[in-house]
Design a protein around this ligand. Structure first.
Ligand SMILES: Nc1nc2c(c(=O)[nH]1)N=C([C@H](O)[C@@H](O)CO)CN2
Length: 117
């Protein structure tokens, strides 16, 4: 089964960074998420409750970022994936997390992780 539900280019504000000046500002983070899910069942029944609701998951990501503070984006990505797996009963998730303003000479820097339940 190769189906996914995905979220691309989701922006969320967070207080994140290793430097003191970063602990006093909001910075933009951008997420791409892919979650394994058998899409045949929700499609057959045309039923939102049988799928992964990308709107609810997007809102959970934004709320998580707005309410936690970490130094490393690795930490945020790891803990957010664990929370999404638990809340939405995900079997697996691939998360690309970009911090666009971090290195001015680069369009973006970030991390990509894959976790199974
Ligand atoms: N692999 C990482 N490298 C760096 C991180 C990070 O979270 N993961 N963070 C910083 C600073 O906070 C930087 O974003 C400030 O511009 C440096 N390197």
């Amino acid at each position: 089964m190769q189906d996914t539900v995905f979220i691309e280019g989701l922006h969320a504000k967070a207080v994140i960074g290793v430097y003191e000046w970063e602990k006093a500002i909001w910075q933009d983070l951008v997420f791409d998420i892919e979650m394994a899910h058998d899409n045949r069942i929700p499609a057959a029944e045309d039923d939102l409750s049988k799928t992964l609701d990308y709107e609810a998951i997007s809102n959970a990501i934004i709320t998580f970022c707005n309410t936690r503070q970490y130094e490393l984006i690795e930490t945020l990505a790891e803990r957010l994936c664990a929370e999404l797996i638990a809340i939405f009963a995900l079997s697996s998730i691939t998360m690309t997390l970009r911090k666009p303003g971090a290195v001015p000479a680069a369009r973006a820097v970030g991390v990509k992780i894959h976790r199974n339940a």
